[in-house]
Design a binder for this molecule. Structure first.
Ligand SMILES: Cc1ncc(COP(=O)(O)O)c(C=O)c1O
Length: 401
């Protein structure tokens, strides 16, 4: 990866280890900018650390943050506030105050309660540019936990009962808020562009009479995790989105933007583990236990997500052993790869890698069972640099009294 052997990285930084190919991250960012133009944002929730924020800024993308914590990390890394889009379905007063004080580029208003909080907090110094998050009533074909565009959603203002239109009127009456656009996000890990096209047609009905200059279609583009899956690329997604906007009568002057997270970060990284225990259960299956698990990748447990696995010492070897790759946590659900194929000679001490772990892996990591979170390295041109150090046992008691 990036010109460095995974064995070398494991020896230097230990395992489990998240390894990001920096050139891959940068090329996905560049693809996004060329597909959508300079308003496109990276969705920080997929993976954020200070170096990631700096990389995103260097690649001229904006940054979507969804909590005060993500906002803090971005600002601390020096990300310019005017490039930040502040999301969240339950922004607190403190978070709104933090965003207003920093002068973030866009606040995306998600509910009437939030609007009320914002109306109370906003100072008549300069109007705060805002978007409204709208649920267009389109169901994307993806896991129910990451489906967000239907009417039955905790996010945003619905169209059917007129909530979105009412929010528009209320914001337009407030001289301290500048409504500059609409936002939608219909879900995540979506393999088809059709739901985006349908949702854009619905959004156009609200956008056009208002003459608003911006429409953000959110994130959600899927990536292939296992053999046989195929996802459209960012370029194709951008082309389809633009064509759908044109077909819906949205003029070229309207800035169409997006917020890919997974499509930028997922395929840029893999996780390297070390195999510790192998258990053959005759007639049932083989368990291969590694030194991480659901604490560094909860996606298999949360969404039954599939992954591939391989041994870096034999990356091109035939994988003929059906095995279940599990972690070291105290529950049977602690599965990393439910139906993996590995070389027959896998043994304790081997390194084992799972590709496509760059999004919602480290970002969702926990210290369950007091397993310290892994380190993260960026690799480029034969050089690796530590961007997040491994958590220590000392860190595990740092918050305790
Ligand atoms: C508002 C918003 N934008 C963008 C994203 C990023 O989605 P993805 O990583 O699927 O591209 C999310 C994910 O939940 C989101 O809620």
């Amino acid at each position: 990866v990036g010109g460095v052997e995974l064995e070398t990285l494991a020896a230097e930084f230990g395992t489990p280890l998240f390894v990001y190919d920096e050139a891959h991250l940068r090329s996905r960012c560049r693809e996004s900018v060329s597909a959508f133009g300079d308003g496109v944002a990276y969705a920080a929730k997929a993976f954020l650390c200070q170096e990631m924020a700096r990389l995103v800024e260097a690649e001229r993308m904006r940054l979507d943050v969804a909590t005060g914590g993500e906002l803090h990390v971005a600002l601390h890394a020096g990300f310019p506030a005017e490039g930040i889009i502040f999301h969240g379905n339950n922004k607190s007063e403190d978070e709104l105050r933090q965003a207003l004080a920093a002068k973030v580029g866009r606040i995306v208003i998600d509910s009437f309660d939030e609007l009320e909080r914002l109306e109370r907090l906003i100072q008549p110094t300069r109007p705060q540019p805002v978007w409204i998050r709208v649920t267009p009533g389109i169901e994307a074909h993806t896991h129910t936990s990451v489906r967000t565009g239907g009417e039955d959603s905790k996010f945003g203002f619905g169209l059917a009962a007129g909530a979105a239109a009412e929010a528009v009127q209320r914001i337009e009456r407030n001289p301290n808020l500048a409504l500059v656009g609409l936002h939608m996000h219909i879900g995540s890990q979506i393999f088809e562009t059709t739901p985006f096209e349908q949702a854009i047609a619905v959004m156009a009905e609200l956008l056009l009479p208002l003459g608003l200059p911006e429409l953000c279609v959110g994130g959600g583009l899927g990536v292939a995790y296992v053999e046989g899956e195929v996802a459209p690329g960012i370029t194709e997604w951008g082309r389809r989105v633009k064509a759908a906007a044109q077909a819906a009568g949205i003029p070229e002057s309207v800035k169409i933007s997006a917020e890919p997270g997974r499509a930028i970060a997922a395929t840029a990284a893999l996780t390297v583990y070390q195999v510790g225990t192998i258990k053959h259960v005759p007639g049932i299956r083989t368990y291969v236990a590694v030194d991480g698990g659901m604490s560094d990748n909860p996606r298999p447990v949360l969404y039954e997500s599939g992954y591939e696995a391989f041994l870096p010492r034999a990356a091109g070897a035939r994988r003929e052993l059906a095995a279940r790759v599990v972690g070291k946590h105290c529950e049977s659900g602690d599965i990393l790869v439910s139906d993996a194929w590995l070389p027959e000679d896998v043994m304790p001490g081997d390194l084992l890698a799972t590709p496509v772990t760059g999004a919602y892996g480290y970002a969702m990591a926990s210290t369950y069972n007091k397993v310290p979170r892994p380190a993260v390295v960026f690799v480029a041109n034969g050089q690796a640099r530590l961007v997040v150090r491994r958590e220590t046992y000392g860190d595990l008691v740092a918050l305790d009294f």
